[in-house]
Design a protein around this ligand. Structure first.
Ligand code: NDP
Length: 484
């Protein structure tokens, strides 16, 4: 298995160019150079993919669970066997350090397949007895053809997080990865061929969101959409899907608070706050971008945090000493810099970073940014309200528990929050009052794949993970049998 310069769609089990025969340039963020080409697919490719999925559906949905399980496990094994290839492709496409893609992104991708492969063997449904009258049982049947659309920040990790449960529950799929990070989805096509996934069960259409993505959402025979991406895109997708009564799962943006109380374990908190702020250049929907620190330790926190941030190494993602690689695209780099300029206009003080990272030689045109810490901004300003999705955090002081909760909740988003305290009672009081789908206490990004994953407010609709995903990708049908 290998990467190729010309990526192809995976439709009906075969690798093929787009109907348009056009390609889109794919950039390597570490150098700013084009290194491969993506099919510029449109509704004609999506129509072909949906037709293939429909043909494959009946057979896949009734295939013996053990057989379906074995195919999904084989896909996982193939990804794991080619971990180095997948990890390198992920870093080349996204600019993230190889140390991250080889220990987080790709391992989690094969784990997603294994987790849902085993789930399908254990998935069961309920029965409701009406004593002396009737018994009801719930059938949970696959939906049919479903659409899976994913973003660029955790490319194969999030792509497989949708595809694996959809396949496990017996659906056939038309999927689109982000146009910015298509290579590991292409390698997944090859893994599926090698694993013996029947043609048409999974179809991967590459291309632009506004063209190929939109065509998936608009297609009448795609009955459900599982989408992860920005809140504005989610809104557009909901506007198309809702009048057609498609089932929708939307995992959207965040502006996550990181609440640090005076009584926390300071050293432990510091290690994980650096991670939650700057992992993957802050391009994880779960990163904490608003750091709220209790006033008694504000100065101590600020000094130590800024010192350690300045020590972080930004550079070539393939160099093992780099803590941060490149951000995903030139446009994204400019967007993040525009937010830093806005923060200054709003009265923020840049404590460190705030600039591009100048690089030399082949990396001189890559998209590198210095990790940035800002203080002195009110919570209601745009910098503290809008998702920047880059290596930029703000710090704010608070006095009381009530104030911390109010600040944390005072945004349109509600994805995740982190709370640092050694007081178990306080941690529970705070967790219960936070308007977020996920709360981490004294940790960050500790993930159990069985737990519900998703956000409140403008961070999304529905949940992924474990039973939530199995339920999303199935239709419950109640069957009532009268007896006497
Ligand atoms: P986008 O919303 O721009 O894109 C996400 C996906 O949707 C891409 O594949 C994109 O294609 C596609 N797309 C764009 N427009 C349409 C459309 N009209 N119809 C159908 N599909 C479309 O998000 P980003 O890729 O920029 O990802 C970053 C965002 O994702 C951040 O807001 C982040 O918070 C969020 N996110 C949320 C997570 C969560 O679990 N809640 C997890 C990870 C990220 P293309 O790339 O070609 O434009």
């Amino acid at each position: 298995m290998k990467t190729e310069q010309y990526i192809k769609n995976y439709i009906n089990g075969t690798l093929q160019p787009a109907e348009s025969t056009e390609f889109i340039e794919n950039y390597d963020p570490s150098t700013g150079q084009v290194y491969s080409y993506i099919p510029d697919s449109d509704s004609r490719d999506v129509d072909k993919a949906v037709e293939a999925a429909q043909k494959a559906f009946p057979a896949w949905s009734v295939m013996h669970p053990q057989k379906r399980f074995r195919i999904l496990m084989r896909i996982a094994d193939i990804i794991e066997q080619h971990l180095d290839l997948f990890a390198e492709a992920e870093s080349r496409d996204s600019g993230k350090p190889l140390s991250l893609s080889s220990t987080v992104d790709i391992p989690r991708s094969h784990d997603n397949f294994r987790f849902f492969a085993t789930s399908l063997l254990h998935y069961s449904s309920e029965s409701h007895n009406m004593p002396g009258q009737a018994i009801n049982y719930t059938l949970r049947q696959p939906i049919g053809v479903v659409g899976c659309i994913s973003p660029w920040n955790l490319p194969l990790y999030l792509f497989s997080w949708k595809i694996a449960p959809a396949l496990a529950t017996g659906n056939c799929i038309v999927a689109k990865p982000s146009e910015l990070t298509p290579m590991t989805a292409f390698l997944l096509s090859k893994a599926c061929q090698e694993a013996g996934l029947p043609p048409g069960v999974l179809n991967i259409v590459h291309g632009l969101g506004s063209k190929a993505g939109q065509a998936i959402v608009e297609h009448n025979d795609v009955k459900a959409i599982s989408f992860t991406g920005g809140t504005n895109t989610g809104r557009k997708i909901a506007a198309v899907a809702a009048p057609n009564f498609k089932k929708l799962s939307l995992e959207l943006g965040g502006k996550n608070p990181n609440i640090i109380f005076e009584d926390c374990d300071f050293d432990e908190m510091m290690i994980h706050t650096l991670r939650s702020s700057f992992s993957n250049n802050g391009q994880i929907c779960l990163c904490g971008s608003r750091i709220l620190v209790q006033r008694g330790i504000y100065d101590k926190f600020k000094d130590e945090f800024v010192k350690r941030v300045q020590f972080m190494k930004v550079g070539n993602p393939f160099n093992s000493v780099s803590d941060l690689g490149a951000v995903v695209s030139k446009e994204h780099k400019e967007k993040v810099l525009a937010y830093i300029a806005l923060a200054e206009m709003e009265g923020g003080k840049i404590l460190c970073g705030g600039k591009p990272m100048e690089m030399k030689g082949e990396f001189a045109n890559g998209y590198y940014l210095k990790p940035t810490v800002i203080e002195g901004l009110p919570n209601q300003c745009r910098t503290n309200q809008e998702e920047i999705f880059g290596p930029v955090v703000t710090i704010q002081a608070f006095d009381t528990e009530e104030e911390a909760i109010a600040l944390a909740n005072d945004v349109e988003y509600g994805l995740a929050a982190t709370v640092w305290t050694t007081d178990i009672n306080k941690s529970q009081r705070v967790a219960q009052q936070l308007d977020t789908g996920i709360v981490w206490i004294n940790c960050w990004m500790v993930r159990d794949l069985r737990t519900p994953f998703g956000g409140m407010k403008n961070s999304g609709v529905g949940r992924e993970g474990g039973l939530e995903a199995m339920r999303f990708f199935t239709e419950p049908k109640n069957v009532c049998i009268k007896y006497s």
